[in-house]
Design a protein around this ligand. Structure first.
Ligand SMILES: Cc1cc2nc3c(=O)[nH]c(=O)nc-3n(C[C@H](O)[C@H](O)[C@H](O)COP(=O)(O)OP(=O)(O)OC[C@H]3O[C@@H](n4cnc5c(N)ncnc54)[C@H](O)[C@@H]3O)c2cc1C
Length: 453
């Protein structure tokens, strides 16, 4: 049984791991020269690691962690202190620290001790979030028709907590504002925050996601006989008379034959390669309901430390939503002797919302970022900026806006030898590394059950 997988992001790599382990012949075709998709990292001419985006592993990512263990990368990430840290003006910080108690007391007591929420915020939050904490999947789905802001106000939770606490979470999760994101993913996350002590802890890759996760995945797949091709862009499928795939054709004209074909490419690209006859199926027409969320990642190298916080940070009212000093969080990269780093801070910052940044020159964006950095980290005012980089992704993860969730496709398509993987396909996580890993597992299991043994 030969399977051709297109797209070597976390979804395609996860599907390949599952299939090589089941004894399938696997060929993985990736458009770019590097693997990893939205998690990819590359070295620039200075020898610095440039990340597509700052990536965090959550305690609740059981499938991703399972793969990291299987490919021998279980020690390649490390957990940080269990708290949400908000960077405030003039170097102040505020915290949401979980108390050292079982859930939900960890969150209730931790929330009551939080200094940046008023007593009314706290009471209204506990009362307002109760339906989310006790809700099930059916309840979460039923709330997908409204935005998170609408849901929050309907529950009587305070406006201040919406802006102060949850706006940063919406921007971190999907790079869009709380009045744009659907209530569904947000209240699903509250359930995790409020009921599972371990699910919300953060880990960082010790080097970077490319070397700490993607590279071990690549080595594992190849060690099991899987073949990986880069610079290999899927161009189109040619069909048999029954609409099944006869073969795939790459950009350079190469023909790929296989028993089964998996698309693990992003939804905005899949839309472009779906053969016209397949659009008779609602399943394929639904793919046009998805839009990508724009986002940008900025990295700044300073000549000295501007913070001593070894953890993920959030802030609101700044051009960046989530960020970290990766010279602290990733101890095996970004250190003196590696590229530009000289022992100073290396900030990696996710810029969101980013619609207005896509056409803005990088120098202008860097100026805006630096203005906010000076505001949040006073030590940066005396520091020298050694280097800055910006990576823009105009269509990153799909926008989790109201009423889109129902269009997420199953991994099995109506075409017998064609399957879908990717963070946007139907699994219980939002678009994320865990969602992509789950989709890879599901597509392999379903394909194997349907066609292979
Ligand atoms: C800035 C940023 C920060 C993020 N932070 C986090 C985080 O902290 N935690 C988290 O869990 N998630 C995070 N995410 C989300 C996470 O990166 C994605 O959800 C996940 O990596 C998507 O994986 P995927 O395999 O579904 O898709 P992708 O990573 O997009 O992989 C698709 C692959 O298909 C390839 N491809 C495209 N077209 C073709 C073609 N025609 N032929 C062959 N190959 C093709 C692409 O080059 C790519 O390699 C972040 C994303 C971004 C952008």
């Amino acid at each position: 049984m030969k399977t051709a997988i297109f797209g070597a992001g976390v979804a395609g790599l996860s599907a390949a791991i599952e299939l090589v382990e089941r004894g399938h012949t696997v060929e993985l075709y990736e458009k770019r020269k590097i693997l990893g998709g939205k998690v990819s990292v590359w070295k620039d001419n200075d020898g610095d690691s440039i990340e597509s985006g700052l990536h965090i592993v959550f305690g609740g990512y059981t499938q991703l962690q399972n793969y990291l263990k299987r490919v021998g990368a279980a020690d390649n990430y490390s957990w940080k202190a269990h708290s949400l840290i908000y960077a405030e003006p003039d170097g102040k910080q505020s915290y949401f620290k979980k108390a050292n108690l079982p859930s939900p007391w960890a969150e209730v007591i931790g929330g009551l001790q939080t200094d940046f929420l008023t007593m009314w915020d706290k009471i209204s939050l506990i009362k307002g979030l109760y339906p989310a904490l006790t809700g099930n999947e059916e309840y979460f789905c039923s709330q997908d028709h409204m935005t998170y802001s609408e849901w929050h106000r309907k529950q009587g939770a305070s406006e201040h907590s919406l802006q102060k606490l949850w706006r940063a979470i919406a921007l971190a999760m999907n790079f869009i504002e709380p009045n744009v994101i659907s209530a569904r993913p947000m209240i699903t996350i509250f359930k995790y925050f409020g009921t599972d002590y371990e699910a919300t802890k953060f880990a960082f890759f010790k080097k970077n996601p490319g070397e700490s996760m993607i590279e071990p995945m690549r080595q594992y797949i190849q060690s099991k006989g899987g073949r990986i091709f880069v610079d290999a862009k899927l161009n189109r499928f040619e069909l048999n008379s029954d609409e099944t795939i006869k073969h795939a054709v790459l950009q350079d004209g190469q023909i790929i034959e296989a028993d089964a074909f998996i698309s693990a490419i992003p939804v905005h690209t899949v839309k472009k390669i779906i053969p016209k006859p397949w659009l008779a199926h609602k399943y394929f027409r639904n793919l046009h309901e998805f839009q990508g969320s724009p986002v940008a990642n900025c990295q700044l190298w300073f000549d000295r430390k501007i913070t001593d916080t070894d953890n993920l940070m959030f802030s609101q009212g700044t051009i960046f939503a989530t960020f970290a000093d990766v010279s602290l969080t990733c101890p095996d990269d970004f250190q003196q002797g590696t590229g530009t780093a000289n022992g100073g801070s290396v900030m990696s910052l996710v810029l969101a919302p980013a619609h207005q940044l896509m056409d803005m020159p990088n120098e202008v964006i860097t100026e805006l970022v630096m203005k906010d950095i000076h505001n949040r980290f006073p030590a940066s005012r005396q520091a020298k900026l050694l280097k800055s980089t910006i990576v823009k992704i105009p269509q990153s993860v799909y926008k989790a806006v109201p009423d889109v969730d129902k269009f997420r496709p199953d991994q099995i398509s109506p075409v017998k030898n064609f399957f879908l993987a990717g963070d946007y396909t139907n699994q219980h996580y939002l678009a994320s590394m865990e969602g992509a890993a789950l989709s890879g597992k599901l597509v392999a299991e379903k394909l194997h059950a349907k066609l292979g043994s």
